[in-house]
Design a protein around this ligand. Sequence first.
Ligand code: MG
Length: 382
Amino acid sequence: MHITAVRTYPLQTTLGDLSFGWSQRVGNTRQTVLCVVETDAGIDGVGEAFYFGGPPTVVAALIEGGLAPLVVGNDPFDTAVLWDRCYNLTRDQGQKGVTISAISAVDIALWDIKGKALGLPVHKLLGGAYRTRAQAYATGLYEPQGVPSVVDALVDEALGYAAEGFGGMKLKIGYDPRTDERYVRAIREAIGPDLALMVDANHAYNAPEAIRVARLLEPYDVTWSEEPVPPEDIDGYVELRRATTIPIAGGECEYTRFGFRELIARRAVDILQPDLCATGGFTEMSRIVAMASAANLPVMPHVWGTNVGLAAALQLFAALPNTPERRFPAEPWFELDRSPNPLRAGVTHEQFTVEDGYLAIPDRPGLGVTLDRDFLKRFAPV
Ligand code: MG
């Protein structure tokens, strides 16, 4: 079997009244890039690139112009070899960011092909399932726009997740310390003590600010504090970790085994959050997971794409080792993005639903999804 073509589907849409804010800006668009790799065996695979820093056509151009010539004509089973070739071609200017997102999409598509060719779900190729369902937390609680009271709207949204059966939810913070505390207090009081509550500052603070925020939030049983400081500030992460009892999470803006080597070796975080669609796909993620395991650090992936990225993340999630293994291991949390995204569900014929706080992990071959090509055409950027 050999690869015959690599195609991309850059998708973009505006949110209008559904625009939402967080510590860095108000988002009024959603976008992504899907990548389809075709073979002479009639099997094709799909992957997704996580990128929202500009037009999705940037990633599509990288895939089609830069990476496709390196993989066409090769065996899709040669995932490690092709990953290294793609990385080495772009290494001089592309060690982090959009280039690695592009490689991620191609790599995920290759693993989809491998699974389909063997008739096995990707998690079998990764070593098997530690779990057959994923304990989901709701990512939402962004800053709604045009509401009379943000805190009232957040409380309503939080109660909605509780009513749906989610065992946990994540709140955006990073506005200012007092506002952060006000939001956290209101939500904790509303949902009660039993549900997990994570907070995410999207790297809004420097270390002293982040330490102050952490101290303010310690009474509210926060499950983790995500990206309190910028991803480059590893010393800031280390200072913060030593100064608070709240577990510190990060890694959605980090890339490849080379980037995660630093986070792990410096013990900068308690929970690693690589994004499969950004950090290098299954090939590179497997290496990151192995390094994390050696340091006894849990991996709880960042997930923020369409159903393609979600399906891929579920396959990875099944194969994440317990950290550590024990008789009653701690269940990792799976990120389920609930923020407005008109692209999310329609890209695939298959859908994912939460029941009693859990997502079932599919055991269909590959990623277990098929694309709705008519839907993709509707959201091509103009
Ligand atoms: Mg985050």
